[in-house]
Design a protein around this ligand. Sequence first.
Ligand code: PMV
Length: 351
Amino acid sequence: MITNHTVVAAAHPNLALVKYWGQADINLNLPNNTSISVNLSGATTTTAVTFEDELESDRVTLNGENADLHTYNRVMTHLDRIRTLAGGTKRARVESYNDFPAAAGIASSASAYAALTLAATRAAGLNLDIRELSTLARKGSGSACRSIPDGFVEWIPGQDSDSSYAKSLLSCDYWDLCIITVYFGDCEKEVSSLEGHRAATSSSFYHTRLYELPRTLQAVRAALRTRYFPTLGMAVEREAISMHTIAMTSTMVEHPWLSGIYYWQPETLHVMKAVQKWRHNGLQVYFTLDAGSSVHLLCEAQNLHVVMRELSPLLDKLGGTTLISKPGRGAWVLDKTHSASPPWIHRVKYS
Ligand code: PMV
């Protein structure tokens, strides 16, 4: 039965080590390929959900502001999925907060739909397991399925909606890695990842990427299991370039004046080249890139201070900012049941 309790849940965004790029089903967010990610402990979305008898429509706020219409409709559609599962019609009040800046280029929709799925299903009186939560979160936003399980996570593409979900490969404390997200202010991207997914198969290199992926996946899984950083780093860096090769060589139907998608900015390339130079000088650090201008640097925790020492002068020159993460836990319910008064958000401990 749908309760009238407020349930507060939190989730970290995730960073793909092997990217999801290209969809088999646009409506169900089914991917064309297996992907592997790590949750980012340095960023958290916290979401409170209360189903209320008195509400005539859902109420959705993000960082204290009313959601824009597009976001509102997406959240409402997701709440409808949960109402259907729970067999009720009560409208919900949703308050969601991110403790990380939108400009960081970290996909907040992943943590947002993971936290929303967990909070709303519990508030609706459902007690879903991790696979069910992951499957449901995926319908809200594809890569959100990877923010439900703990630590290092693999998304199994599946053949239909029920068989497409993510599971934990290794727990967040299995390997003390650091992920340094380097971002450069508001570099608004011209092409959304949604359009990138849609355009991917138009690249003549797409099939080559799919052909190479099983080997990459195997290398990444083995390097994670054995904690062998050079193999992990090189596989992850090459994989990011492979994804961007597809983006750069895709045919842009919705942006016909573009010859392909270039998510990089000049600053992005500066950091990429610097990472390779530091490596040449013996420092074990690698990069990966998502659909944006931010660069994510990977290193083992014992090398963090050396990487930061190299990075700092470059950031001063380029005007970049960093956000540092470790592998993060899966989505979790905050242990207090709150009455839905906004100040609670400032009192909750994030992890
Ligand atoms: O979840 P989406 O639709 O924003 O797609 C994510 C795309 C990448 O971040 C580039 C890769 C990934 O696997 O997260």
